[in-house]
Design a protein around this ligand. Structure first.
Ligand SMILES: Nc1ncnc2c1ncn2[C@@H]1O[C@H](COP(=O)(O)OP(=O)(O)OP(=O)(O)O)[C@@H](O)[C@H]1O
Ligand SMILES: [Mg+2]
Length: 393
């Protein structure tokens, strides 16, 4: 969870910041400002989960400010600090979207209890029934990490979904590096080790937040010698994640273990990724046989041709005939763009939004998001048009 603090009382700001930082998990204070009026522009790019507003700093404009904040940051819970305890005042604050009103002078005990209530409330109200997609490859180096990481990013940006990318390559996974230059402080191994106290706050404090709606749970830095990553642990993490994210995208890569089978059991869609080569085709056929013996229906599996070329060694028709299944997704071959994106650790949509690969991701997201969703029509325009509002209809 992260927070804005608005107060012109520097001691109060320091107290609230300290109380936020010593919680487990800590609440990150994005900004603590004396006033929203002149500093307002700076924090607008951030997305606070919580706004703590000292009403005594805005005696004449508190209600107006609250309404503006509630409109600007609809996802944020607002906590108001005020010495006015009259019922009229409390009702008008609640009407303006305030969730908690705490008396001034502020008692640390009151603040801590209110933060507990908010954390619990957020954990239960934000539950969703997310979709889990696991990416497996017919052959090493087929592009699984690149495709999984970039689909996750595209779903968050174009589909406006909350997305968690989980790197389950437990030996030297590197998915986080494909979309971020932040070194993970905690990884999947830490979450497994703390499984007995796992909740959404712990999970969220263990991920890299690439953007407010896109997070990555990184792979352990080293192979897992003590087998902390048990199938039960992984299943517990996935079940929690799917209640809080619209999409959980898993990079499983090439490995097969008891934990990966448990992942596949708990997955809505398996994306089997391959290129147009004979070794890939053999690998894909072998995996389809294994999936069949594990009892997975063909509808659960989507075939993806990566580095697709019309002139490829095998045609789409040949691949489909041999695997007895349609290719659901084609990502074109564009080595320059893919390599640049991976080398820079920047998602391809951000780096080259009108390249062939970005267009394929936009098209895929377009098909994935619910056709009734109002964001659907805007996806292509949002990605390929710099200033959508200036385009004639
Ligand atoms: N659509 C594409 N067009 C061109 N090059 C691509 C494409 N997708 C991936 N690549 C290239 O393929 C290489 C391998 O990609 P990636 O690391 O994602 O594969 P992987 O399947 O995760 O590999 P590993 O089996 O080692 O985990 C990268 O160098 C990347 O630039
Ligand atoms: Mg990989």
């Amino acid at each position: 969870m992260n927070a804005f603090i608005l107060s012109n009382d520097s001691e109060l700001r320091a107290l609230v910041s300290r109380m936020c930082s010593i919680r487990t998990p800590a609440i990150t204070v994005l900004t603590a400002l004396p006033s929203m009026q002149k500093d307002f522009a700076a924090p607008l790019t951030a997305h606070p989960d919580l706004m703590i507003i000292d009403a005594s700093s805005f005696p004449d404009s508190a209600t107006n400010l609250l309404e503006r904040m509630a409109e600007k940051f609809p996802q944020a819970s607002i906590m108001l600090l005020s010495s006015d305890r009259s019922p009229e005042y409390l009702i008008s604050a609640m009407r303006a979207g305030v969730r908690e009103v705490l008396p001034l002078p502020l008692s640390p005990v009151d603040l801590d209890a209110a933060l507990d209530r908010l954390s619990q409330k957020m954990a239960t109200t934000q539950q969703v029934d997310g979709k889990v997609m696991a990416f497996v490859s017919a052959k090493g180096g087929a592009g699984t990490t690149f495709v999984a990481a970039n689909l996750a990013h595209a779903l968050s940006v174009l589909g406006q979904k909350r997305v968690l990318l989980v790197d389950l390559n437990t030996a030297f996974g590197n998915a986080a590096l494909y979309v971020s230059d932040v070194k993970p402080l905690r990884t999947l191994a830490d979450v497994c080790r703390d499984i007995h106290r796992l909740d959404i706050n712990l999970l969220e404090s263990s991920v890299i937040r690439v953007s407010p709606s896109f997070s990555v749970l990184a792979a352990p830095p080293e192979p897992d010698p003590v087998e902390d990553l048990s199938p039960d642990h992984i299943e517990t993490i996935l079940q929690l994640a799917r209640r809080h994210y619209d999409f959980v995208i898993i990079d499983l890569g090439r490995q097969f273990s008891a934990a990966s089978v448990r992942v596949l059991d708990n997955t809505d869609t398996i994306v089997l990724l391959m290129q147009q080569s004979l070794p890939d085709l053999r690998g894909a056929r072998h995996l389809l046989e294994i999936f069949g013996s594990l009892g997975y229906r063909r509808e659960k599996i989507q075939l993806l041709l990566n580095r697709y070329e019309g002139s490829g060694a095998l045609t789409v028709g040949e691949v489909e005939r041999i695997l007895e299944q349609k290719i659901a997704i084609r990502i074109p071959n564009n080595f320059e763009a893919a390599n640049e994106s991976i080398n820079q650790g920047t998602p391809i949509l951000q780096l080259a939004r009108s390249c062939t690969i970005s267009k394929a991701f936009a098209d895929w997201v377009n098909r994935m998001v619910d056709s009734s969703s109002p964001v659907k029509a805007g996806i292509i325009r949002r990605i390929f048009v710099r200033n959508p509002d200036s385009v004639s209809q």
